[in-house]
Design a protein around this ligand. Sequence first.
Ligand code: SF4
Ligand code: SF4
Ligand code: SF4
Length: 274
Amino acid sequence: MSMNRREFLKIAGISTIAGIGGTALAGGLRKGVIEAAQTAPNTDALTGKKWGIAIDMSKLKSEENIKRVTEACHRIHNVPDFSNTKDEVKWIWTETFEHSFPGQEHKFMAEDMKHKPFLLLCNHCDNPACVRVCPTKATFKRKDGIVMQDMHRCIGCRFCMAACPFGARSFNYKNPRLAKNLQEYMNPEFPTRTIGVVEKCTFCYERLAKGLKPACVEESNGALVFGDLEDPASEIRKILASKHTIRRKPELGTEPNIYYIIGGNDYAVVPEIK
Ligand code: SF4
Ligand code: SF4
Ligand code: SF4
């Protein structure tokens, strides 16, 4: 049995009751659920002021490594696979450097960097263009920086897809529940979606609520480091202070919170946390 609407909204609402999204979601919650979420906070939950991820591409050495990371996300989030580009739904995917970081390539770059598949996901931007254009508040920013997606509020207008400059959102042109992969296996603990709604990475809000790191991070063997960008003592902040990192399309001003460590293996040593 899949997670029902009330269970989904309860988890999504725990960290948003007081935020922008809280107002939107509270309208769809029953009184008892709001009270339960407010009076029984999960003490195991990971909390932060602004979540981000640093990705060390040199540690994702093979296509197998990358596949394991993307499949971990798509499997637990019931992302449909219709095996064709037109109907593709993706929460985490790969592109070449040129397509991931247009304008940042140059002719002297190492060849393997140029052709390496870079791991991409929603940037959970500080200034998310998608949130600004959504007419129903189906997409909203939580206090911890996660740009959420409430599939039940989504009317499928796709304004957010047009606004997002990173291609981080997918539209369900087909009933996702009929995809072959979901016919074979469906995670009963995560809600499935319907035809006509948009979906994307939600930074594993449901795992954070249980004290777990995002699935892609756990599956990456240390290549992805998740942490609170507002905490100067966090591992991610230490990495950002000591490594050369780049972000996607910084000139657009959305302030992405996914950072890429580039450079050779010499730059790939994660500092020891004291
Ligand atoms: S990457 Fe796109 S979908 Fe994600 S927060 Fe930024 S603008 Fe929105
Ligand atoms: S498609 Fe859904 S999430 Fe996107 S702007 Fe429209 S209502 Fe909002
Ligand atoms: S943070 Fe979670 S939802 Fe986002 S890409 Fe990683 S596994 Fe998927």
